[in-house]
Structure formats: C-alpha cells, structure tokens
Write a protein that binds this ligand. Structure first.
Ligand code: SF4
Length: 343
C-alpha cells in the first residue's frame, strides 16, 4: 500500500495551483506571502503579494518605507497589526541580521512577529529544513485521516498535532511535502462537504470510515464576541472639507485614520443619540465582523463645529484616499462619497 506521504505528494503533482511564492526559495518573498495569507484567501492575497514584491523588492526597501505607505498598500486586507509587524520585522532583519534572514527554525523564531507557523514555513520552503508546517489545513487533514479526538485549540492538542506532523514529514522532500499537505487541505479535504468519493486517501481515512468527518477537527472553545456600537461623525464644511483623526488606541486599527468616532455602551444609547442629532445625512447601519468583536456603525454627516480639535486634520473630500483607513470606513466611502459631495 502507498504511504500517506506518497499519496499526498502524488496528488499535489497533479492538482497544485501555480502560485508565485512556490516558485522561489527567497526567504523574504516566502515570509511576505505567509504574512499576507494569514486569515486571507489565496485569491484575495495574490494581488497584495504582487504589489508588495513590486513596491518593496527586498527587505531593505520594506524596512526603510514609511509606515503610512505600508498601511496604504495593505488597505483592504484587514488586521493591520500584521502590516505593522511586517514593518517591525523587516527593520529587525536589516538592523540585526544585516538584511539576511536567519536560516533555521530556531533562529527565525527569535524575530518579532514570526511565530512557530511562519518560522516553520520559511525554514522549510526557503532552507529545506525538515520541519512540519502546521496550518489550519494541516490540522484538518490530520484530524480526519487519523480521526483524532483531541481539540486543536487545546495546549495538549497542539502538541499532539505538531508531533504527529513532524513524524509524518518526508525528510528527503520536506518542502514539497509541506506544500502538498497544505494544498490538499485547501483544495481536497475542505472544511465543508469534502469530495471523499474521489479522494486518494479515502481507504486510509479513519474519519471517513468512522463517519466522523463533520466532527473533525474538534475545537474546545467558543470565541466570545463583544458587540460595539459606533457613530462616525463626518463634519462636512461648506468648502467641501472633512475632518479626520489618527487612531492612537492599541488594536487592529492603530495608526489608521478615521472620522471622529463616538462609541456607545448599548444599541439603545446609540439610538437615542442619533434621534437627538441634527444631521444632513445618516447612513444605514454597517456591520463589520472581526474575530472577537462585531461592530455596528452609522455614519452621520453634520455641520462642522467651529474649532478643530488639535488632534484632528481638516482635508478636502478628495484627499481621503491618500490616508490609510479601516475597511469599514472605506466601504461607506465607496458607496457614499458622491452623495456627501453633493450635500
Ligand atoms: S476521505 Fe474525505 S475526509 Fe478523508 S482525507 Fe479524503 S477528503 Fe478528507
């Protein structure tokens, strides 16, 4: 009988997508692709990868770039902390390692912003180290093929999966094997309704045999989601200017720009504020889903107050696109900039 590794690699040869970061062993490009692809689909991440490679062809260009420029290029990908960490790590590679990425898993882990997953990916794909790369796809494939009942988000579960993944790795062909199992999870052993009938691992797959596919992988925790109620106040002057401010508070949108923001404790409190507000226009509710928070936002266009607070900037309507802004505001602006202009 063919080995698990042989089946996966054979499947990969026949089915793999042609993705630019697979045709290189440049650690900088591999690192860029891994950061861009975290929490992002491949088709969405691909144009960003190309943009970053063109705009910052080496880690030096990225390290010396202005943070605002990087955030602008990142716009639309969400999770801006990734862009800020990208910048921080690039500076570290240049300052401490003279622009040369460390070449082992252990050394790579010492860099800020590079966790076990990314370190394993760079060590394997760029330097051929026999280190298993365990992403969500790999967790799913292993949990099903071996019908593992341990939760993938528990400490013990993570250890179990990592040690199994490292046991299974094809030591003579580790980079290809890692790519292959990740791709197998992304295209064949997909989260919902995998095509088990045409799967080359069907005869070895214990979850298929035990009819537990829909229960694998197992997760223990449910993420606690906090609702937040926002009103963005768009102060529009008769000269067609608006005011924006830079977000200082820590979080995914730190250092991005926004219209002055009011936050309310409850939906009722927000409704009563909106009912009392004298506005020119009020938007529909925009819902923005983040992993731990659901944001419910309205945009209210109002007459400007007389004095501009020190921490705000007054800009022309057309200038907003020069500033990095959260996707939530971008969505509103895409739909309503014309309307606001005509008010
Ligand atoms: S048989 Fe189904 S569940 Fe098992 S590895 Fe194949 S696609 Fe995944």
């Amino acid at each position: 009988m063919l080995q698990f590794q042989d089946i996966i690699i054979d499947w990969y040869d026949k089915n793999k997508r042609n993705l630019p970061w697979r045709n290189t062993n440049n650690p900088y490009f591999i690192w860029l692709s891994e950061i861009i692809l975290q929490q992002t689909r491949v088709d969405q991440g691909l144009p960003y990868f190309e943009k970053f490679v063109n705009h910052y062809p080496s880690v030096y260009e990225l390290a010396i770039a202005d943070e605002q420029e990087i955030l602008n290029d990142w716009q639309g990908l969400g999770y801006y902390s990734r862009a800020r960490n990208l910048h921080k790590t690039a500076k570290e590679v240049v300052d401490i390692y003279k622009g040369v990425f460390p070449s082992t898993y252990i050394e790579l882990l010492k860099l800020t912003g590079i966790g076990p997953y990314t370190a394993a990916a760079i060590a394997s794909f760029a330097f051929d180290e026999a280190k298993a790369v365990v992403d969500g796809n790999v967790y799913r494939v292993l949990s099903r093929v071996f019908d593992i009942e341990e939760a993938i988000d528990s400490t013990q579960g993570k250890k179990t999966f990592e040690s199994l993944a490292n046991e299974l790795i094809d030591k003579n062909n580790s980079a290809i094997y890692n790519q292959a199992i990740m791709e197998f999870g992304a295209l064949q052993c997909v989260p919902v309704n995998p095509s088990c009938i045409i799967c080359p691992l069907q005869f070895q797959c214990l979850a298929y045999k035990n009819k537990t596919i829909t229960q694998r992988p197992l997760k223990s925790k449910k993420t606690k989601v906090t609702p937040r109620y926002f009103v963005y106040v768009v102060e529009l002057s008769s000269n067609q200017t608006i005011r924006i401010e830079k977000r200082k508070e820590k979080g995914i949108w730190q250092h991005l720009y926004q219209f002055p923001l009011l936050e309310f404790m409850s939906i009722e409190e927000k409704q009563s504020y909106l009912a009392s507000l004298k506005y020119k226009f009020i938007s529909k509710e925009y819902k923005h889903i983040l992993s731990h928070q659901h944001l419910f936002a309205h945009f209210a266009v109002v007459e400007p107050t007389i004095k501009i607070p020190e921490d705000q900037l007054e800009i022309a309507l057309s200038e907003l696109s020069n500033f990095p802004i959260p996707r939530l505001i971008d969505k509103f602006w895409e739909e309503h900039s014309g309307l606001v202009e005509g008010l």
